[in-house]
Design a binder for this molecule. Structure first.
Ligand SMILES: Nc1ncnc2c1ncn2[C@@H]1O[C@H](COP(=O)(O)OP(=O)(O)O)[C@@H](O)[C@H]1O
Ligand SMILES: [Mg+2]
Length: 301
């Protein structure tokens, strides 16, 4: 275990997802320590990142979520400091944070994504609804945790939907509804793990069904047929590679009523709480939470 030296578990931070990051980080820290790693918590909201060097850290397990943590900025700072870190680099993190640019890349590579329009006004949103048909998902390109995501079901609600989503000072996507099922695929060091099916008891997988309600149902194995499962894993691995992801990332996807797969988005700093999706996929692949954490750390060597 000495090959890893002193490891900082970078957690917390000052994004809206601070609390989730602290929970993920506590799990990662305990797992590393249980595996004999000299690991310590490091919260960049409490002290400057430059102290990593002064405090003698050899590498970092990065478990910040949201802006400042998974958008490439801290990755750039760590590169500058010369501290190896887990997960995606500057480019993949920055692109992964931006749903529009992620879609542009995947589309260009021929991967299936839901049809969408970029809209800049309520009028354009109405036009998009007429072209793509209702219901329509309207969302800011740069948020997460379903913040600002609106399911538009009637043309009467266009103005309200626009008012809601345009608060977020971001490019706005209007996306065709893909209504068969919702899934995610964890990719560890380029290799897809078994998929998970997510069944929210709400209209869609919104903030409440992610973090507050306890009735969201998760199936792993996901119940996809052998052939579909293989196809989903292969698409997730391609999506990961095209994004330029490294270490680990989660690729979310949807299926339509005919079972056709559409890529939804990439998460470059996945949750690692005991209830999180990535550890769920890993368990199905025979990896305990602790061995998963060690495998992620090993990608920094
Ligand atoms: N095109 C779509 N078709 C069906 N459901 C969607 C679509 N886009 C988003 N959703 C629903 O909204 C949720 C949040 O959207 P998503 O694009 O993943 O944003 P976030 O980054 O906030 O998670 C998804 O998990 C899914 O339940
Ligand atoms: Mg999502």
């Amino acid at each position: 275990m000495n090959q890893y030296g002193k490891v900082a578990v970078i957690m917390g931070g000052s994004s809206a997802e601070r609390e989730v990051s602290l929970m993920s980080g506590a799990g990662v820290l305990a797992a590393l320590q249980a595996s004999g790693i000299d690991a310590h918590a490091f919260d960049p909201a409490e002290k400057p990142l430059q102290l990593l060097k002064a405090e003698g850290f050899d590498r970092a397990f990065l478990i910040l979520h949201g802006r400042g943590g998974e958008d490439g900025t801290i990755q750039g700072a760590l590169e500058f400091l010369g501290v190896p870190y887990t997960g995606c680099g500057v480019m993949a993190s920055a692109i992964g944070m931006d749903k529009w640019r992620t879609k542009l890349l995947w589309e260009a590579a021929g991967l299936p994504v839901p049809d969408y329009r970029i809209v800049e006004s309520a009028e354009e949103l109405k036009l998009a609804a007429q072209e793509l048909s209702l219901p329509l998902f309207v969302k800011p390109a740069n948020e997460g945790s379903s913040v600002g995501v609106v399911k538009l079901k009637s043309l009467l609600d266009v103005d309200a939907a626009w008012a809601e989503v345009s608060q977020h000072k971001s490019v706005v996507l209007a996306e065709r509804n893909i209504g068969g099922g919702e899934y995610t695929c964890a990719v560890l060091d380029g290799q897809a793990l078994p998929t998970v099916k997510i069944i929210p008891q709400t209209e869609f997988y919104d903030y409440e069904s992610k973090y507050i309600r306890d009735d969201t149902v998760y199936h792993c194995p996901s119940g996809l047929s052998g052939e579909k499962e293989q196809q989903a894993r292969s698409l997730a691995e391609k999506a990961y590679r095209i994004l330029g992801a490294t270490g680990w990332a989660r690729i979310d996807f949807l299926t339509d009523e005919d079972g056709k797969i559409y890529l939804l988005e990439a998460n470059t700093a996945p949750g690692m709480t005991t209830h999180s999706l990535f550890p769920m996929c890993a368990r199905e692949a025979g990896l305990s939470y602790e061995s998963l954490v060690m495998k992620i750390l090993a990608t920094t060597l």
